[in-house]
Write a protein that binds this ligand. Sequence first.
Ligand code: ZN
Ligand code: FE
Length: 250
Amino acid sequence: MPLTVRQFPCLSDNYGFIVRDDASGRTACVDTPDAAAVLKALAEAGWGLDLILNTHWHPDHAGGNAEIKAATGATVVGPAEVARISPLDRTVSDGDEAMLGETRFSVIGCGGHTLGHVAYFDAVSQTAFVGDTLFALGCGRVFEGTAEQMWTSLQKLAALPDDTTVYCAHEYTASNARFALSVDSDPALKARTDDIFAARGRGEPTVPTWIGLEKATNPFLRAPLIAGQAGRPDFEAFAAVRAAKDSFKG
Ligand code: ZN
Ligand code: FE
């Protein structure tokens, strides 16, 4: 494996990620939900920190930047919107690359949750860090963009190889599963949700997930199948499922 990923829970339901390019020993953290938790994970791994890769500006993603940069000297890389709350050394957007030693992260513009949200994808290890765009059986709320923009962003992620490992930033899966079951009766979904409720009952994470698994079972990616109508564009079906989730009580 050219890329080592260490995942840890922090705040109420976030995941933090520290990653190492094994060839060079260069290290990054993806988002900074909690500076103390990130620094503790680095200490436990015995790693320094070269790069902070931010997905979007929200405080549970970029709020630890200043403290972690001060402690480690790491370079902060992210979309321009991160400058609202943090130091930002290099601005990236769709189509850019961020190198970590020999690992080449492609920057994928994924606006919708926030306007400038990006994901980071390494094609060699088939690893994607998707922030608050795609979740296990879910997707981020559309705070700043439009449903059409969010649908386009999700389609970009769905176009990654099926075997791509997807690191999402929150453990929302059990609640996403309850909603998914309310809108989709597909047997593959039922089987997956049984596994999810069992895993959460044992206190186990349900992140990471995989692109192929999400394409098969995620109600937001399946929106045209479960809420589509003849003649209606796919993003409107997506918007209908997203609106249903926003008001779902379960
Ligand atoms: Zn967010
Ligand atoms: Fe978040």
